[in-house]
Design a protein around this ligand. Structure first.
Ligand code: HEC
Length: 238
């Protein structure tokens, strides 16, 4: 089994690649034969003047050069073949998903240092609990200005991320639920409770999720979350 494995590994770059290699080999052989013919013709002939000698010398040099070129061809894309000038052709760097002996966990790609946050992001201070939901609703304020452009953006994002469950009107009759592909009833965003809740409440639910609904904070930017909340409040609930 090991033998078969290693043979397969050797020929891994697919059958087509092998054919290409053979075609290349034939092409180079043609060149070699041509050169050898030239070489023979110069062997039989006596160099009768400096000019011919120079020409034949050049031919011989070209033959050597061709042979050197052929021998530097690689066998597959994972090896560099023989290199005459190898500076910076093959990168000694580890690739992201390869094992790495230099780190304790043996991985090349390292996780962020605990406690660090990506540049430009602000950590969300509230958890997926009822208390935090109420706290976020009472504390956070929508920084996005109320205008048609932002409402349109909110509508678009709602159409992408919410409508399939909560429905075009926000009544919870989204296509996923109506077609019974998603069986848990999505909450109506037009309920008495939701009519009373502020935009920040919707922002919170989008960010961390609610009950069975998953978080969307990792998919939707903060500004877009506010625009969705705005759209729900100002358009769907009116
Ligand atoms: C995969 C289906 C699904 C998607 C997509 C989805 N939701 Fe939900 N959502 C639900 C379900 C189901 C509930 C009820 C959760 C529960 O009660 O456990 C819910 C609950 C909510 C609630 C709380 C309602 C209440 O009465 O407390 C809000 C607000 C909400 N969703 C807004 C959104 C918004 C805005 C989006 C788009 C960014 C969205 N949801 C995307 C399924 C979904």
């Amino acid at each position: 089994m090991d033998l078969i494995k290693s043979i397969r590994k050797y020929f891994a770059p697919s059958f087509r690649a092998v054919i290409t290699q053979v075609q290349q080999l034939i092409e180079t052989l043609k060149i070699v034969i041509l050169q050898v013919n030239n070489f023979q013709s110069f062997n039989i002939r006596k160099p009768n003047n400096v000019h011919t000698a120079l020409k034949d010398g050049l031919k011989f040099a070209f033959l050597l050069f061709t042979l050197a070129l052929i021998s530097s061809c690689d066998y597959n894309r994972r090896t560099t073949g023989w290199q005459y000038f190898d500076d910076m052709v093959a990168s000694p760097a580890y690739e992201s998903y390869t094992p790495n002996p230099n780190f304790a966990d043996g991985k090349t790609m390292q996780p962020p240092v605990p406690g660090t946050i990506p540049r430009g992001t602000v950590p969300y201070a509230y958890e997926k609990t009822e208390e935090d939901r109420a706290l976020a609703a009472a504390t956070l304020e929508n920084p996005v200005v109320f205008d048609k452009k932002n409402l349109d953006r909110g509508k678009k994002m709602y159409g992408i991320y919410c409508m399939q469950c909560h429905g075009e009107k926000g009544d919870g009759q989204g296509s996923l639920y109506v077609s019974k592909k998603y069986t848990f009833p999505p909450a109506s965003l037009l309920s008495e409770k939701m009519l009373a809740n502020p935009e920040a409440d919707i922002y919170h639910v989008i960010t961390v999720g609610q009950g069975i609904m998953g978080e969307h904070g990792s998919m939707i930017r903060p500004a877009d979350r506010w625009k969705i909340a705005m759209y729900v409040k100002e358009v769907l609930q009116n």
